[in-house]
Ligand binder design. Structure first.
Ligand code: FUB
Length: 323
């Protein structure tokens, strides 16, 4: 049977979905793409987003998708420079915490937090970014036992190559092809959800021989777009390979890893970036993602999309061909 895809917000450009189920309703927290006129470059300056909307639905493939409007904007954030990239939201004790990457006034990406008492927002930003935060693409995983973990990081425009051991380098540095790839980071959040509870740790992805994926293995190594979900007791870390345009995943036995590479979730879509969320809702699993088909291939004008995701009997995700 042919796979069914649905564009969720046909009237606007939305990308980088983070998706959660709160009180039986499915909420989508995407980036909000726009035509800002900023010229395309390797730094990603053309992804010049300035606000977030929240969407909700109770029927993923066929139901109404409600737009709850603008919930946070750059001009509301006290430490803002520019570029609101991929966000995520977590719930704890009746409060909702939105985590967002934004360049500060020195053009350095930091991760900020904004708080609301409902999943639709609006979200009120904290006065400063999270202490010790850097790079982009925060994804927050609720392990269901009172512990919340943030996965973050992104290469190139995401600035991860500027850091080692959580310290800024004098100059950005990429490992040689045969050296271990630059990893995503994982960090437990503090009880109040507003800070890191510890130093971020590298999230290591091993190959089939138990060796870390190398920097030259760019069809498998991490680039950006971290996401974590659990299936049958296993932890599934999924991510984009960036310049090879794949969504891949690796599995592990705990939130910190190590994780072992498993395969491709989604083949390249139209457009340079690929980014996703994997969620179970009403007994089915879904892959939320984006592509640039509606904008005729304009990389910075992406459209939100969803399809069902399936596992085989061993828990392997079946690769999805994009259309
Ligand atoms: O939306 C800007 C950036 O593009 C995101 O942070 C990356 O994951 C990529 O999708």
């Amino acid at each position: 049977m042919e796979k069914k895809f649905r564009y969720l917000v046909p009237g606007d450009y939305m990308a980088d979905p983070a998706v959660h189920v709160f009180d039986g309703k499915l909420y989508i927290y995407p980036s909000h793409d726009r035509e800002s006129g900023v010229e395309e470059n390797d730094n990603g300056d053309h992804f010049d987003m300035c606000d977030y909307h929240v969407f909700s639905t109770e029927d993923v493939m066929n139901g109404t998708v409600t737009d709850h409007g603008v919930v946070l904007k750059v001009s509301d954030i006290p430490w803002a420079g520019r570029q609101l990239w991929d966000c995520d939201v977590a719930r704890k004790n009746g409060n909702y915490y939105m985590y967002f990457p934004l360049k500060d006034r020195n053009d350095i990406f930091r991760i900020g937090v904004a708080v609301s008492d409902c999943p639709e927002g609006p979200f009120i930003p904290q006065p400063d970014p999270m202490r010790g935060s850097y790079s982009i693409d925060p994804a927050v995983f609720d392990d269901g036992n009172g512990n919340y973990y943030m996965y973050f990081g992104g290469l190139w425009g995401g600035q991860l190559q500027r850091y080692r051991n959580n310290k800024a380098l004098e100059c950005a540095a990429f490992p040689a092809d045969g050296e271990p790839a630059l990893p995503s980071r994982v960090v437990k959040l503090s009880d109040d959800m507003l800070q890191f509870a510890e130093e971020p740790r590298p999230l290591v992805i091993l190959d089939e021989h138990g060796q870390p994926l190398t920097a030259g293995d760019n069809a498998r190594r991490f680039f950006e777009a971290s996401w974590m979900h659990k299936y049958n007791g296993k932890y599934y870390f999924s991510y984009s390979t960036g310049d090879t345009h794949l969504l891949c995943y690796a599995t592990g036995d705990n939130p910190y890893g190590p994780f072992t590479y498993q395969g491709v979730i989604l083949q390249p879509v139209v457009g340079w970036t690929t980014h996703h969320a994997i969620v179970e809702y009403k007994g089915k699993w879904y892959l939320f993602h984006h592509d640039c088909v509606p904008s005729g291939g304009t990389t910075w004008l992406r459209s939100l999309k969803v399809c069902e995701l399936e596992y085989d009997a061993e828990g392997k995700i079946k690769t999805i061909e994009s259309v």
